[in-house]
Design a binder for this molecule. Structure first.
Ligand SMILES: Nc1ncnc2c1ncn2[C@@H]1O[C@H](COP(=O)(O)OP(=O)(O)O)[C@@H](O)[C@H]1O
Ligand SMILES: [Mg+2]
Length: 278
């Protein structure tokens, strides 16, 4: 059967063994997908602004398509012969993880329709959020052969929406991996975290060829993408919007052949009431 059209850009070549291992994703094996506890509606359905619902739905569609790429690619591999039992376990674990991510995102859309809130901040570990984003991107079929290196991420906790922030960082990492993968030389992505009294700075650097000049000025606007790119042109819009909802931002720090850096900032005040030290 032909792959669905949204998967045309997925690249299914897959080295099954030498995958970099992070800690296992936090999955509840008996996760009950039908049992979301919804708060009482705070708003009449018509009171949730249509513009908010449209934006949240577009963002959701963008991210779900990426998670579905992972599910589809792994299903293809599971259908192939000569898989070791450990390969099968790994592929199934990745599918469960992607389904968990999609379920979290669907839950947050549902909550938005009930309350009008696009964010649900709670006490979360920034390292946990980064690990989750790295995990999502490592499982994505377009990131094979790219080395992703998180550097000394301290154990910070803050009032954050983990589902949303993982999506923001996932989108920066996915772009970085796509750029690095297209590079004829080293295919590498680095994640660094810096902090001062004002803000936390997450830097995502890649060894790709850089952002095309033609879109540098409009990069963060919805549906802007490179001419030859197959995506929706929403990943950076999503990342910036989520960072801004946290009081931070996303910007292009540097871009030249061999080194592009996108930065996501978060205000230190989100962390200071909890623990700023590691
Ligand atoms: N790290 C990067 N290196 C080079 N180009 C990038 C990078 N990140 C984003 N871009 C460019 O920005 C465009 C828009 O990216 P994005 O908003 O994530 O769109 P999409 O949702 O299609 O992935 C991409 O098509 C790509 O040309
Ligand atoms: Mg993108």
């Amino acid at each position: 059967m032909a792959a669905p059209s949204f998967l045309n850009s997925a690249q299914f070549e897959r080295p099954l063994k030498p995958r970099c291992k992070l800690s296992k994703p936090e999955l509840q094996p008996s996760r009950e997908f039908g049992k979301l506890e919804l708060p009482a509606p705070e708003l009449e359905p018509e009171a949730v602004p249509l513009a908010t619902l449209t934006r949240v739905s577009q963002f959701l569609v963008h991210d779900l398509r990426h998670h579905l790429s992972t599910v589809y690619a792994n299903a293809e591999f599971l259908g192939s012969r000569n898989l070791e039992p450990t390969d099968t376990d790994e592929l199934l674990e990745e599918i469960r993880f992607a389904v968990g991510c999609m379920t979290d995102q669907l839950d947050s859309l549902l909550l938005c329709t009930r309350t009008g809130n696009t964010m649900e901040p709670r006490r979360e570990s920034l390292k946990g959020i980064l690990d989750r984003a790295v995990q999502m991107v490592r499982f994505h079929p377009q990131t094979r052969h790219v080395t992703i290196i998180p550097h000394d991420i301290p154990a910070l906790e803050g009032r954050l929406d983990g589902t949303k922030l993982s999506s923001a960082i996932f989108n920066l990492l996915l772009n970085a991996c796509q750029a690095a993968k297209a590079s004829p030389n080293v295919k590498r992505v680095d994640i660094d975290l810096h902090q001062n009294s004002h803000c936390i700075l997450v830097q995502v650097s890649d060894s790709g060829q850089g952002v095309p000049d033609s879109i540098r000025e409009t990069l963060f606007q919805p549906f802007v993408k490179a001419e030859e790119a197959r995506g929706m042109g929403l990943g950076l819009t999503i990342a910036r919007c989520i960072a801004q909802e946290h009081g931070g931002d996303v910007y292009l720090e540097k871009s030249s052949p061999g080194k592009t850096v996108f930065a996501l900032t978060l205000p230190a005040s989100l962390f200071s009431v909890l623990s700023l030290s590691s």
